[in-house]
Design a protein around this ligand. Structure first.
Ligand code: NDP
Length: 313
């Protein structure tokens, strides 16, 4: 692949200012003779580009050699069509473990220590203490982390650090440090029944779509919480609303939804013990630096005739 110019698409602005990445990447790839520029996805802007770093997919990318997604999930990219068009697709798996791990730890602590309730009461200047049996501590509780890749690893580290015991679910039955028992997907329903927190960290694929539905929610303990930092489509959202309303589970912390932004009339906004965050579990002011490191390493590898980092297509 020949790389003369990389575009940074304006859609990355949802996560960081595009100019930050343009400047950083330009410095890092200058020696390799690669030019970096901001683009808006129009054919004119992309005309001299061989590659693009982006959040969104655009049809114009089918004429490029390489598309890099600043996210780990590539469910929004038409992988088959990119493959047919000989367009290389890479993702940013590996950079989110720390930020998402800390967000999940925050959810776990907020739900146990009732911090979400105090934050809500504060907006009404209300001094309301919890009932004597509402607050609890998490050490010694069990979590089940579904998906123990880059994201899952960061989550496992934080939860074990808080004293939780952790089980894991993945496709391959390979042990994972810090995870007591690793199960494969066929035993999902059985293992989530033991957990106080079920944390979803899998990609959205044909196999995972809707994999947490009515039966899985029924298999969870009625004092358990669902934490979804994967993709909204992994959970059957109407089954989740029903399970929350019927007290089949104790609550949820949700960063991702079937429809984003979460519509104003969604019942999830108002359900008790549900924390809603706007798909920002991975946000950190260092995000553009981490993306720059991955892309720079890929540029180096491509110059050496090797595969770029995190190739998906
Ligand atoms: P990785 O590829 O590093 O890890 C994916 C993990 O999921 C692996 O453990 C894999 O199993 C497991 N897995 C895949 N398919 C299945 C399945 N059918 N059943 C059970 N386990 C499965 O990806 P990341 O950890 O980097 O990211 C995971 C997803 O999280 C992304 O695709 C994205 O959708 C989402 N994400 C969300 C963010 C947010 O802001 N909320 C931020 C970043 C990512 P195995 O180990 O056996 O391969």
């Amino acid at each position: 692949m020949r790389l003369d110019r990389i575009g940074v698409d304006e859609s990355v602005a949802a996560v960081f200012p595009p100019a930050r990445l343009v400047d950083r990447l330009a410095d890092a790839t200058d020696e390799a003779g690669v030019d970096v520029t901001a683009v808006d996805g129009s054919p004119d802007a992309l005309a001299d580009c061989d590659a693009v770093v982006t959040l969104e997919h655009r049809e114009t990318y089918l004429d490029l050699s390489w598309v890099h997604s600043i996210q780990a999930g590539v469910d929004r990219f038409p992988r088959e069509r990119l493959r047919e068009g000989n367009v290389v697709l890479t993702n940013s798996t590996g950079i989110h473990g720390d930020a998402v791990g800390e967000t999940v730890a925050g959810f776990v602590l907020a739900l146990a220590r009732r911090i979400h309730e105090y934050a809500a009461a504060q907006t009404d200047s209300e001094w309301t203490r919890p009932d004597w049996d509402e607050a609890w501590t998490v050490a010694g509780e069990r979590a089940c982390v579904v998906g123990i890749g880059g994201l899952g690893r960061g989550i496992v580290d934080r939860l074990t650090g808080l004293g939780l015991d952790v089980d894991g679910v993945r496709r391959t039955p390979v042990p994972e440090p810090g995870v007591d028992r690793v199960y494969t997907t066929d035993r999902l329903r059985e293992v989530i029944g033991d957990a106080r927190f079920v944390v979803l960290a899998v990609p959205l694929t044909d196999a995972t779509r809707g994999s947490i539905g009515r039966d899985e929610l029924a298999a969870m303990d009625d004092e358990a919480y669902l934490i979804n930092v994967a993709r909204g489509g992994v959970v059957d959202q109407s089954a989740l609303v029903a399970a929350l309303r019927d007290d089949e589970i104790a609550g949820a912390a949700l960063d991702v939804f079937e429809t984003e932004p979460l519509p104003a009339d969604s019942p999830l906004w108002d359900l008790e013990d549900v924390i809603v965050s706007p798909h920002c579990a991975a946000y950190t002011r260092d995000y553009y630096r981490h993306v720059s490191e991955i892309v720079t390493e890929s540029v180096r590898r491509i110059a050496d005739g090797d595969e770029p980092v995190n190739r998906v297509v």
